[in-house]
Design a protein around this ligand. Structure first.
Ligand SMILES: NC(=O)c1ccc[n+]([C@@H]2O[C@H](COP(=O)([O-])OP(=O)(O)OC[C@H]3O[C@@H](n4cnc5c(N)ncnc54)[C@H](O)[C@@H]3O)[C@@H](O)[C@H]2O)c1
Length: 293
């Protein structure tokens, strides 16, 4: 198997930008691919914010910022993005048809050595592996937040070459993550499966008008002494990403929750990344001292 040196990130949004930054911090050469420059500008902004935060907490030295950033480049040319890729980490929009198109495209232009990984939250690697033309080299390698939530899920499909698992486990650790191996394909891996139950319940409490968003979050945060409740978590994930996960589901609760998310999305309120979702950023109400009283 390939020794990994060069990593290509497909999709430079919320998660892609963070995975790629961590890879550059860990010493890998990273090239970002997206459809347009606007995504790269937003990604560069994420790099600055995250590096500042990591330096404040003594996790990265300020004198290392330049060398970290020098390992990062951007392109919207697909062939250039993968010309020397040892591994692709795909973080494009959570929509099956979009991901299938991307994997069909990159399966054709990637060198033989390239390992294919997807960061999908709820789709299955078997839904993408065949179309990539390289099912044996295809595996889900799923990050959470990368810097504060550091689990990386490794979920093969039935046709994944088993030697890929220890390689991804090793890479996960080099990327400062804690690898969790999933034995059988399952939507949402382990953590997201449990998280979905929490968010689904919070959605029902709100859409059935049983409690307000703040009351629901407060109840979770105070009892678990944790900095985020379910709606704060949704702001962090991105309401659009959450909508992509639930909008196809036919059950009554998902339909109501999807409609709730849509009212925010239609106003451009996608969460922390746009400055407003259920809360306003950078100083959301749940971080004010009065909130927990
Ligand atoms: N947001 C989270 O907390 C989170 C956590 C773990 C995993 N994920 C997963 O990561 C993936 C990305 O989610 P996100 O929140 O970063 O979304 P995002 O909307 O922030 O970013 C998606 C990016 O993909 C790009 N894109 C769309 N179509 C493309 C194409 N054909 N070619 C190249 N780029 C394309 C978009 O321009 C955008 O920049 C999803 O699969 C999601 O489920 C998200």
């Amino acid at each position: 198997m390939t020794k990994i040196k060069n990593i290509t990130i497909l999709g430079s949004g919320n998660l892609g930008s963070r995975i790629g930054l961590q890879a550059a911090i860990s010493g890998y050469e990273v090239i970002f691919y997206d459809l347009n420059d606007a995504a790269f500008i937003r990604a560069a902004d994420v790099f600055q914010k995250v590096l500042k935060h990591l330096t404040k907490h003594n996790l990265v030295k300020s004198e290392d910022h330049d060398s970290i950033l020098s390992r990062i480049s951007f392109t919207s040319d697909a062939a250039e993005a993968v010309q020397d890729a040892d591994l692709i980490s795909e973080s494009v929009t959570e929509e099956l048809t979009i991901k299938q198109k991307v994997w069909e495209q990159f399966g054709k232009v990637s060198p033989d050595k390239t390992i294919f990984t997807t960061n999908t939250s709820y789709l299955l690697p078997s839904q993408l592996a065949e179309i990539s033309g390289r099912p044996e080299k295809f595996c889900a390698f799923h990050f959470h937040d990368v810097f504060t939530a550091r689990v990386v899920d490794i979920m093969p499909h039935a046709g994944t070459d088993p030697t890929l698992i220890p390689l991804l486990e090793d890479l996960g650790r080099k990327l400062n993550q804690v690898p969790v191996i999933i034995k059988q394909e399952s939507p949402g891996y382990v953590f997201n499966f449990m998280l979905m139950a929490l968010i689904g319940a919070a959605g029902q409490l709100k859409t059935k008008n049983i409690a307000d968003i703040e009351a629901i979050d407060k109840s979770w945060m105070v009892n678990f002494n944790t900095p985020l409740g379910p709606f704060g978590i949704l702001d962090n994930i991105g309401l659009d990403t959450a909508w992509h996960v639930v909008h196809g589901r036919a059950d009554k609760a998902s339909v109501a929750f999807s409609a709730l998310l849509k009212t925010y999305i239609d106003q451009g309120k996608l969460g922390e990344k746009t400055g407003e979702g259920f809360y306003k950023y950078p100083n959301p109400e749940y971080r004010q001292s009065h909130f927990m009283k």
